[in-house]
Design a protein around this ligand. Sequence first.
Ligand SMILES: C[S@@+](CC[C@H](N)C(=O)[O-])C[C@H]1O[C@@H](n2cnc3c(N)ncnc32)[C@H](O)[C@@H]1O
Length: 437
Amino acid sequence: MDDLRERTNPVFNTAKATLLQLAEAGHADAAMMAEMLGLDLSGMTFDDERKKAMGKSNVATFELRYRSMNAFIEATGAKTIVDLPCGYTPRALEDFVADKRYIACDLPAVAEEMGPLVDKILAQRGLRRDVAYHGVDATNYAALRAALEGAEGPLCITTEGLMMYFTESELAALLDNVRRVLEEFGGVWITQDPEVARVFIAMSAIVMSGDTTAAKAVVAALGGSANMSTVLKAMAGDRAQSALNASKDAYGGAANVNFGNVMTIRGEPERAYAAAKDFLRAHGLKAELTPVARRMPKLSSLDPERTELARQAMENISLWTITPDGAARESGIEAGGVFGVDTAVDGSELAVTLRGRVDSLTAPEFLAAFEKAAAGKSLTAARVDMSRLEYISSAGLRVLLIMTKRLGAGRVTVTGANELVRSIFEQTGYDDILTLQ
Ligand SMILES: C[S@@+](CC[C@H](N)C(=O)[O-])C[C@H]1O[C@@H](n2cnc3c(N)ncnc32)[C@H](O)[C@@H]1O
C-alpha cells in the first residue's frame, strides 16, 4: 500500500526533508525522530559546491519557517492547533503544545507513521499530551471534519508547505474546507505558503552570496515591486537560480514545485498579492498580513550578520492570517459520496467505473484496481465511466497518467465527466492526453 500511496502522491517524501533540515539546524528532537524513522542524510548530501550551498540555504529557510510558525501559533492563544499538513515535524513535542490540543493531519501514510512514533516518545518521557494524528486529504471536507470531532474552538489551523503543490481546483477545495471549519469552530488559519518563492529567493541570496553586498540588494528589493527572479539573476548571475532549480530535483523530483498557482506570490508582487486576495475573497476568506520579522526566532543555522539580513528580509515577507469574511461562494466541490471503483475486462479493452471522489485517500485503491485488472493481460484501451464521479485531485490524475503510459496516448477514454472534473482536465492539460467523450 505504501508503494501505491507514494506513486499516487510523491509529495509526502518532501516532508522528511524538513525533518532532516531541522535536525541539521541542531534541533535535538528532530535529530532523534529522524533516527527513529531510519532516515539518513544521503538524499541531502550534495557532491558539488553549488548544491551544498543550496543545501545550507534550505536548512536556514526551514529552520526559520518552522520556528517562526511556532511563535505565531503560540501568539494566537488558541487552545486547539490543527496542523494541516503536519508532515514529520517535531511540533507535537514542543513545550508550547503542552497545554493545548494538537490535531495533526496529513495523508494516511504520514499519519500512520507519525502517530505511533510520537506516542512512543511521549510515553518514554512520561508526558501526557492531547495529541492525535489523522489521515486527512486537505481537499476532503468529510475527512477533515472527522479529525476535528469533539474539538473545541477557537482553532489555530496552520499550513506550511502545502499550497504550492496544489492545482487551482485543489486550492479551491482547501479554501472552502478551511472556511467551513472556521465558520463552525471559530479561529484563524495561519500560513506563510503564499510567500514561499520570495523566502527561497531571499534566503538563497543571503546564504549563498560570498560577500553580503549582493544579498543586501536582494533584501532591499523585497520591499519594492521588483520581480525577484530578475533581481536575483542580476545579483548572483545564473548560479543562484540554477542551484534553486537543482534543489527542486532533490528526492527524485518529489520536491518539484512549480511555484505557479494563484496563491503563490511570484512575478510582479503587487499584481500577485491582489490575485491571491481575490481568490481568497471568492472563497469567502480574507487575509491580514503580518511581517514574519515580528516573531523572528533565534536561528542556529546562520551567523549573526546573516541572521540580521534574514530579519530584514522578513520585514517584507508576511505571515498570512486568514479568516472568513462572510461573503462565501462555493466552488461546487462537495464532500463527496463514498468512493468506489469497478473494473471489467472485455478482450483487450478495460472498462472502469468510478464513484465518489478520487483524491489522495482513494487514488491508491484506484491504482490497485487498475493494476489488478491489467495484470498479465495485453490491454490496448480503457474506458473510464466518470458519470458518478464527483471530484478528482492530482493523485487521481496521476493514476490516469500511469494508465496512459501503459496503454498509449489517447487510449484512455473518459465518459460522463461532470463540469468540475472536465474543468480540472482542462486546467491541467489532461484533455490533451485523454480522449474525452
Ligand atoms: C512539504 S511537506 C510539509 C509538511 C510540514 N508542514 C513541514 O513543514 O514539514 C508537504 C506535506 O503535505 C502532505 N500532503 C500532500 N498532499 C496533501 C493533501 N492533499 N492533503 C493533506 N496533506 C497533503 C504531504 O504528505 C507532506 O507531508
